[in-house]
Design a protein around this ligand. Sequence first.
Ligand code: ADP
Ligand code: MG
Length: 146
Amino acid sequence: MEGKVIRGFGRGSRELGIPTANLPVDDNSTPWLADVKSGVYFGWASLRLPSSYPNQPPTKSSSSTTTVATGFSVYPMVHVLHDFEADFYGVEMRVLITGFIREMGGYAGVDELIEDIKVDCDVARKSLDREAWALRETGKGMLDGS
Ligand code: ADP
Ligand code: MG
């Protein structure tokens, strides 16, 4: 998936403490999305940050991706497993999904949701550290456009 990060309602950071970047892709630009379950996935992400961006993160960064249906539309939302110094709205992001963690939903409340997302991040981090999920040449090419 790829696109320029767009603004949402800002709820990810404000209400959950877990920012999720919205990718403006839909079933037209990304046809396979129509056949994919809403859920939590993990994979690799790349961001084309401007050179003025503070403390550039390492070129490789893992991400836990969520495809969420809202009242209006379906946007993939991406939480990148890196502490950023600033927002990156408008920046070109590419995401390569490599694995599925769980389906969405079934929460008793916000606290349970936050707990689950923390577990998702751990699963994503541990999985991506393993050799089987390593970013190989094909994956790198998909992320940097080469
Ligand atoms: P929005 O509703 O606009 O998506 P969020 O509160 O979910 O707002 O925050 C997402 C924004 O935060 C992203 O678009 C990005 O600019 C910024 N951001 C900062 N750190 C991260 C991160 N680790 N993962 C994803 N987005 C991040
Ligand atoms: Mg968000």
